[in-house]
Design a protein around this ligand. Structure first.
Ligand SMILES: Cc1ncc(C[n+]2csc(CCOP(=O)(O)OP(=O)(O)O)c2C)c(N)n1
Length: 895
């Protein structure tokens, strides 16, 4: 049987059928006599001839709406028909338990939500994976990595229940993590969340698009580790099972060409094409499968269409003149959904009734058989064939476009219904129909009570289930955290220059890059450091690292770089250490997450530093950072060229005044805005201690700037204050005002102290605030402990500032909301200055005046606070005049 015949598509346009037949016969005969290689050669010669003749012909990149793998090319199913039958029964049981879990939870608490229809469509895709392909990590094999379609989570729990990894109690606490915990039970999280189920889920996928891009970069990072000799080269795979609707997310498609460029044949995507998303069809008026075939194929992937089950094979065999294939090509997805939602007689009338030829094909089947005609993604043999082809394909990643029915088996209650995604409750009659459909040995009463079903331990199903997982190395998903540590070098070994800077001029970016250079040279830690950039290495002064450790490239360097003669030449190497991702922050953060979770995913701790334009971090890719947090990432995010006034010249889109506001909302992210190189050194040292030695699931966001500063040496006893959020850099006995400066604006606060003392004879004390968010967290924790436990501990900021009620003025290069977070813990009058409003391009001096955060404005603000109610308006205008500031100027937020 020859299903993929282009004749079907072009017949209507054919003006000379005999000529066409001759050409096709010629190709067939070459194929038969000389094989596919020769046939391919001839086709490419024809294409070249067409091009030369200016025909402007291109392959449409869409094949007919049929399976890619021909029946005669399907491998035998391991275990034969018995295995298929057992696994079908198992899939039915999983479906039931998943459904019961969701319906039960919602019977009890209507607000809990959950999904039945997605897993109902994906169950067979998962089961073939679990029974034959997904290999667990073991002592001598790193294991496959699987990204699970998020709202299929109930099905994955259902399997873990049968495997004995989860109990009925767990299942009964689906989506009830909090009440479960108070009963001493592990509740089941809504979607895959490593934070909430740290022994179970590896990858958070709940936010659409995160899974696909992460899976690509995960596969790439695995290669990186192998090419650098840090992981043994093993035939491990990264599998990603995603929804067809999810493929509309920009992130889902963002890294397709990277995957083929890097020849990631360790990557398999399975797209569950149930043709529906939440509200309705994914492409009601077209074919999502065709669209994805074009996109993936165009990006260089191996595309396998898995559209129809084995029971269609005889129908195609009868389709001598291609009417059936034509009809499938013509039937848009919205209509296919309608066919899924209706029964045999409807399908006979409206699909097979389209023409006499189709009618004849339909007459081979009873109404019931038509009703049960399977889509490819529900046929274990076809799925096995597709997966087998995928894992054996070399040189390219593979995507399997698996057509399924959303709500498969939910009958009139849900299968193919527009509303099926949201369905969480089923009538008793629907439940009975479901039981019968999947031949579940449950009484009506058990169905009514939504009892979970587990076959006896010695049943064929359970023995098969356990034997298959044992053969594949154990249970999945499983998240490991075996507590491996890395040696943290002594701070002096890489940061002595910063601790003992002696007023040498340098920017904090420069200091960071120098520290990283030192860490890269460390004998123990060095090779675990992963510098990551998205095409800004030169901006951050990292070009020296190109030569030192090389830029990772799977192909090495196939060209002589233009700058080969220079010391800092652009060096790509197969064992290069820098991940130079090009202009994709989404890609770079995905690489960072892969490296930052390697301690768990590969049992190999790494220390990634992703250095980027700070404005293009939390604002641009905040959701990917949130997912990294959920995944318990450990590493450094370095927001370079940070601040709204420090990055002079770049203007509105580039200047960052908000990232610290966002980063503060991530519970396991510690954010710092250091002013000095020695502060940075202490933060990097502490971060490494906590993440690499103490195995804490935290990560760091540190902003650095490109403003050169005279860097002081580290004062004695400053470490604790630096880490807790503030320390005093200019003590003043009898201070009349306290100035808190953060990051680059500490310099302005110090200059203000000079102005205050020099011009106005006012004594000012100056503090460096390294982290408003850490001060605020500490404040919240202390305040709560005072309220709940009658604790007498005071927040760090209160301890530092108490004993005096002279005004406190805080300034940072971020919006005022950042310093405002500590207001409640400041035991004195408190004024905040910040950079609210849109950025502008101009000099730093002009910007700081514009945002009212420079030394003059800090001075004026301090005096206004100090003299409140004691000086006249004219006296204040005189002060402003002495400072050369314009009190009538327009506010930055108003223009
Ligand atoms: C970024 C993001 N936007 C929206 C959602 C809400 N959402 C959850 S599932 C879903 C539909 C998924 O459709 P599809 O990918 O086709 O999967 P199916 O359930 O049909 O298998 C949506 C919109 C989400 N989880 N993440």
């Amino acid at each position: 049987m020859d299903m993929i015949t282009p004749e079907h598509l072009i017949r209507q346009l054919d003006i000379d059928e005999q000529e066409t037949t001759e050409w096709i016969d010629a190709l067939k005969s070459v194929l038969a006599s000389s094989g596919p290689e020769r046939a391919r050669f001839l086709l490419s010669q024809l294409a070249a001839t067409a091009r030369d003749a200016g025909l402007n012909w291109r392959d449409a990149r869409i094949t007919p709406y049929v399976n890619t793998i021909r029946p005669q090319d399907e491998p035998a199913y391991p275990g034969g028909s018995d295995a298929v039958a057992i696994e079908e029964r198992l899939a039915g049981i999983m479906r039931w338990n998943a459904l019961a879990m969701v319906v039960r939870a919602n019977r009890a608490y209507g607000e809990l939500g959950g999904h039945i229809a997605s897993y109902a469509s994906a169950a067979d895709l998962f089961e073939v994976g679990f029974n034959h392909f997904f290999r667990a990590r073991s002592a001598d094999f790193g294991g496959d990595l699987v990204y699970f379609q998020p709202h299929s989570a109930p099905g994955i729990y259902a399997r873990a229940f049968l495997e004995g990894r989860l109990t009925e109690d767990n299942l009964a606490h689906y989506r009830q993590e909090i009440s479960a915990r108070s009963a001493g039970i592990q509740g089941l999280s809504s979607y895959p969340h490593p934070w909430l189920m740290p022994d179970f889920w590896q990858f958070p996928t709940g936010s659409m698009g995160i899974g696909p891009i992460s899976a690509v970069y995960q596969a790439r990072f695995m290669r990186y580790l192998e090419h650098r000799g840090m992981l043994a080269e093993q035939p491990r795979k990264v599998w990603g099972v995603f929804g067809d609707g999810e493929m509309d997310e920009p992130e889902s498609l963002a890294a397709l060409s990277l995957a083929s460029r890097e020849k990631l044949d360790n990557l398999v995507f399975v797209i569950n094409c149930n043709l529906q998303r939440l509200d309705g069809p994914v492409r009601g008026n077209g074919h999502i499968v065709d669209e994805l075939e074009t996109l993936f194929g165009g990006a260089g992937w191996n595309v396998i269409k898995l559209l129809w089950g084995s029971d269609w094979d005889p129908l195609f065999a009868r389709d001598a003149n291609g009417e059936l294939v034509d009809a499938l090509n013509r039937t848009v997805d919205g209509q296919l959904q309608t066919f899924a939602a209706n029964d045999g007689p409807f399908n006979r009338e409206h699909f097979f009734g389209q023409s006499p030829g189709l009618k004849a094909i339909g007459s081979m089947l009873t109404d019931d058989e038509i009703d049960r005609l399977k889509r490819g993604g529900h046929d274990l043999r076809k799925i096995f064939a597709a997966y087998d082809a995928a894992i054996n394909h070399r040189g390219r990643p593979t995507v399997i476009l698996a057509q399924t029915k959303k709500g498969f088996g939910m009958g009139t209650a849900g299968q193919g219904k527009m509303t099926t995604h949201q369905q969480k409750k089923l009538e008793q009659s629907d439940l009975i129909e479901f039981r019968d459909r999947f031949k579940l040995p449950l009484t009506d009463e058990q169905v009514e009570n939504l009892e979970f079903y587990k076959p006896a331990a010695d049943s064929e199903e359970m023995r098969h289930l356990h034997a298959r997982r044992a053969a594949l190395g154990g249970a999945m998903p499983q998240r490991a955290h075996d507590g491996a540590t890395l040696p943290v070098p002594a701070i002096e070994s890489y940061a002595a220059f910063a601790l003992d800077a002696g007023m040498k001029e340098m920017s904090t970016t420069m200091a960071l890059v120098r520290m990283m250079g030192g860490l890269l040279k460390d004998a123990g830690l060095g090779k675990h450091v992963v510098p990551i950039v998205a095409d800004e290495a030169r901006t951050f002064g990292m070009a020296n690292l190109f030569r030192q450790v090389g830029i990772y490239s799977a192909q090495g360097q196939l060209y002589q770089p233009e700058d080969i003669g220079s010391i800092l030449y652009y060096r790509e190497a197969k064992d290069g250490q820098i991940l130079e991702e090009g202009i994709t922050e989404a890609g770079a953060i995905s690489s960072w997450t892969a490296a930052a979770t390697s301690y768990s995913v590969h049992g190999l701790p790494m220390l990634p530093f992703y250095i980027y334009y700070s404005m293009f971090g939390f604002q641009r890719i905040g959701d990917l950072i949130w997912a990294a947090a959920d995944q318990r990432s450990r590493g450094f995010l370095i927001g370079a060229t940070s601040g709204r006034t420090t990055l002079g010249g770049e203007g509105l889109q580039h200047q960052d005044g908000t990232s610290h506001l966002v980063s503060a909302t991530i519970p396991n992210c510690l954010s710092y805005d250091p002013a000095y190189a020695y502060e940075l050194a202490v933060i990097v040292d502490d971060g490494m201690q906590r993440m690499l030695q103490r195995n804490e699931d935290v990560f760091y966001y540190v902003t650095v700037t490109n403003e050169n500063e005279a860097q002081p040496s580290m004062p004695a006893n400053a470490r604790e204050g630096i880490l807790r959020g503030m320390h005093c850099v200019l003590p003043r006995e009898g201070a009349q005002v306290r100035l808190l400066g953060a990051g680059p604006l500490l310099k302005e606060a110090l200059a203000a102290a000079s102005l205050l003392e020099g011009i106005f004879d006012v004594k000012a004390e100056v503090w460096s605030v390294t982290s408003f968010s850490e001060l605020a967290r500490d404040g919240i924790a202390c305040e709560r402990a005072q309220r709940l436990q009658q604790s007498t501990d005071k927040p760090w900021i209160t301890q530092q500032l108490e004993g005096s009620d002279v005004p406190v003025i805080a300034v940072s290069d971020y919006v005022r909301a950042v310093p405002e977070t500590v207001r409640a813990y400041v035991p004195a009058p408190f004024v905040t200055l910040g950079t609210d409003g849109f950025g502008r391009s101009d000099t730093r001096a002009a910007l700081r005046d514009f945002f009212e955060v420079d030394a003059k404005w800090i001075t004026y603000t301090a005096l206004a606070e100090l003299y409140a109610g004691t000086k006249s308006a004219q006296e204040m205008r005189d002060i402003a005049a002495r400072l050369d500031i314009d009190l009538g100027k327009v506010l930055s937020t108003q223009i």
